[in-house]
Design a binder for this molecule. Sequence first.
Ligand SMILES: NC(=O)c1ccc[n+]([C@@H]2O[C@H](COP(=O)([O-])OP(=O)(O)OC[C@H]3O[C@@H](n4cnc5c(N)ncnc54)[C@H](OP(=O)(O)O)[C@@H]3O)[C@@H](O)[C@H]2O)c1
Length: 350
Amino acid sequence: MLMGAFFSRRFNPDTDIPDLSGKVILVTGGNAGIGFAVIEQLVRHGAKVYMGARNPERARAAIERLRTSVGSDNGQVVWLDLDLSDPRKVQKAAEEVMQREERLDVLINNAALLLVPYAKDYDNVQNIVMTNYMGAYLLTRLLLPLLKRTAQEPNSDVRIVFVNSARHHSCPSDVRFRTLDDLNRDFEDTMFPQLLRYAMTKTMQLLFAKDLQRRLDAAALPRAILCLAVDPGEVNTEGVHAYTESVGPVLGPLYRAIAHLTFAAPATGALGPLFCAVSPVPRAEPLVYRGAYLDPPRSSGRAARWRRAGSSRGSCGIRRSASWGDRDRAASGVVLGRLGCGWCIPYGSV
Ligand SMILES: NC(=O)c1ccc[n+]([C@@H]2O[C@H](COP(=O)([O-])OP(=O)(O)OC[C@H]3O[C@@H](n4cnc5c(N)ncnc54)[C@H](OP(=O)(O)O)[C@@H]3O)[C@@H](O)[C@H]2O)c1
């Protein structure tokens, strides 16, 4: 079995991202944090990028900032009205992309709620599950026909990237995805309910990434679609700031100072997602990178090393368990089936 160190790769976006002219890429949650930094590089290298964002003002302001930093001679950024917490809006956003574009080269599922209070807005499913897992799942499934069509093109390089988190390792082993109650579990009987809710959603996303790769491989497309998941590392973003503000006047400033001093800047946090999305390396070595979960480098910096997670934690970096695949299927099937909103897609139809 190959060890993680064999998968180490140096990656510098200035020199290692090829010309992306003609490519169409969708980044969810691109108006802030890591997603914004990812889009900045993609546009700088010539791509047409859809910024999936739910708030028009924040999207407009982010696009202004991008135009200033990247200039107008490079790629293009377009706002896509996308709210992952409401499946109806996800469906609308996917339809808009399908209508407007002949191709979609890369989908980067980046948007997420981090450590947030428990809340439910739509369809009786807690928001963090809707946003981090169900919304991304639905968006990916709805865009698959376009992604698959693009994969028929000569020299295509279609990828689906999931920005995940090492926090998925904190997911308790007794989680179940069989019923709505399982998905709405609040973990309020534990010391870290916010962390565990987040960890549960990131585990669900990883399971989906791995299973989707398996299904796409079985579909035997002329040119394989690569699914990759990546932990960007600890990054000092607005989502982190929001958490520090939520913990009160004593701990808040302390956490915020720690984040400022020890967490990476968003541009560094973007390296892993960019490597997965557009570095030529994963395409050159598909057997290594297909369905992989990448760990962040041990040291920070632009020439950091991105490596596949070690084999001891399973090929996707999650603890091995015979029942994980079934749990994932249950998660999608139960919830999408029960909501009955007309947008339900059976899980088994990739
Ligand atoms: N920061 C870290 O230390 C860290 C560590 C490990 C993994 N990650 C992962 O990295 C990714 C990006 O995190 P970040 O730190 O950059 O977070 P962030 O600063 O909070 O940005 C999150 C983005 O997601 C968007 N978003 C949230 N809910 C949404 C919804 N319902 N529909 C559409 N967009 C929505 C936000 O939009 P609004 O501006 O409208 O809220 C924002 O653009 C996440 O997947 C996160 O789990 C981050």
